[in-house]
Design a protein around this ligand. Structure first.
Ligand SMILES: [Zn+2]
Length: 455
């Protein structure tokens, strides 16, 4: 990392894989680090970014989320030392975390941006990450097996400046409360959900489930997602949690944007663990299996593959209503082959583009009494069982089948959403770029924030 003394420098700080199942959390570390950086007089040049990467990576941490904080500082060395130490001390090293922290001064180079865009849907090796880091003068520190470097660079290279993005306010519990049940007033969540249409995934109306609070031992109290900082701050203020919290921070994020599903996959070239979308034709009538999952073959001109729709997504009924010849687009991740199955497309959404005409083939109706006749054999006409009327010229009748589904977009139920899944209400609200014009009021709260917040 090259540094100039005296001048205020742009520094990108990114880290990943600091959490484990035992209750540490990368965003919480970001909250802690940001609080200290503020106290050190370091200026942020964007909201801290929470970047979700390819969710199909099997060795990912829980949400495969990495963080990037972009700052201006006159003392990059001090910032680097402080953050490196915080990541080392604040990570669950030895308990499953393999953290990495990376620093870069100046502009984001194109090869880093490219690396990041690939990290959204593909598998990248640690070696590739090291190569990109070295080529671009990125200073990095890894702990454990260092797998976190891939996510760190993925987040660092993701500027979220030309496409869609969202915000999330994440609030944190005080250490003494971690591990105890979170008390969230369900009625207030429902109220917020109704009052702030620019928040999303707070409440699942159909399943009557509160979605903002996790259930594990991690320090996250709740997360409120939305289109802009104002609506999530207002919603959080309305929530009035009774538990005394450690604080909260507003992140800018690629959550809820389908960023992992932007590339068109070709079935004959599709790699295990990649994500994307496929335009295809249903090759045979889907079959429901044990457990309510639906498996069916699709083809796209390059090849064919099995697609799987799992029961918990709530999409199984739609999938089972598809038929041979239907033209669909599916968002999917590619599951590795198992002993029982070859590679399979794990379906994340279904867009029905065109329904095929499906016919029921029936015998003709008797002209005399109206009963369906019976075939006398090939080319021998039909005879009525009831009145014995015979019709040598009658032919089979092709009756267009009434389809139970319509063209359109079908998404999983909210509880089955991944962090990156774009919820239905966001369709049409996609943003086309971001220009930083300062952090909004109250974007960060710590200590005694509840007393003054919202006044
Ligand atoms: Zn008859």
């Amino acid at each position: 990392m090259s540094r100039q003394a005296g001048e205020s420098e742009l520094v990108h700080i990114a880290f990943d894989d600091t959490d484990s199942r035992l209750g540490r959390c990368t965003t919480h570390l970001a909250f802690k680090i940001t609080g200290r950086l503020r106290a050190m007089g370091v200026k942020l040049v964007d909201y801290p970014l929470l970047i979700r990467l390819n969710p199909n990576i099997p060795w990912k941490t829980r949400g495969n989320g990495a963080v990037c904080i972009r700052v201006r500082t006159k003392d990059p060395d001090k910032v680097v030392d402080f953050v490196r130490q915080s990541v080392e001390e604040g990570s669950a090293i030895g308990a499953g975390a393999n953290p990495a922290v990376a620093f870069l001064c100046g502009k984001i180079p194109p090869s880093l941006a490219k690396f990041s865009s690939i990290a959204m849907f593909d598998v990248l090796s640690r070696q590739k990450a090291e190569k990109v880091a070295k080529e671009n003068g990125i200073e990095y520190f890894t702990f454990g097996n260092g797998q976190g470097l891939v996510g760190s660079l993925g987040a660092m290279g993701c500027l979220l400046e030309s496409g869609d993005y969202t915000f999330e306010l994440i609030s944190y519990r005080r250490p003494e409360n971690c591990g105890t049940p979170r008390i969230v007033d369900r009625n207030r969540v429902i109220e917020c959900h109704g009052a702030f249409p620019d928040t999303f995934n707070s409440y699942d109306e159909k399943n009557k489930r509160v979605l903002i609070a996790p259930h594990g031992p991690d320090p996250v109290f709740c997360g409120i997602r939305g289109e802009d900082p104002d609506s999530i701050l207002s919603a959080f203020s309305m929530l009035q949690p009774e538990e005394r919290l450690d604080g909260y921070m507003v992140f800018r994020s690629n959550q809820g944007t389908n960023m992992h599903l932007q590339n068109l996959l070709k079935l004959n070239e599709s790699k295990v663990y990649t994500a994307g979308y496929v335009r295809c034709r249903v090759k045979e009538k889907p079959q429901a299996m044990q457990g309510g999952h639906v498996l069916f073959a699709v083809e796209d001109g390059s090849g064919s593959m099995l697609a799987a729709v799992y029961e918990p997504t709530g999409l199984a009924k739609i999938a089972a209503s598809l038929d041979t010849g239907d033209i669909i687009e599916i968002g999917c991740g590619i599951r590795k082959p198992t002993v029982k199955h070859p590679k399979v497309l794990n379906v994340e959404y279904i867009r029905i583009l065109e329904l095929a005409c499906i016919f029921d083939v029936l015998n003709p109706v008797c002209k005399i009494c109206g009963k369906r006749m019976k075939s006398e054999g090939k080319n021998k006409g039909f005879q009525c069982d009831r009145c014995k009327y015979r019709d040598i010229a009658a032919t089979k009748v092709y009756l267009p089948k009434r389809r139970s589904i319509e063209p359109g977009l079908y998404l999983p139920v909210p509880k089955a959403h991944r962090h990156l899944t774009k919820p239905l209400q966001r369709y049409g609200k996609e943003k086309s770029g971001f220009r930083f014009s300062g952090l909004c009021r109250d974007w960060f709260g710590s200590g005694n924030f509840q007393a003054s917040f919202g006044n």
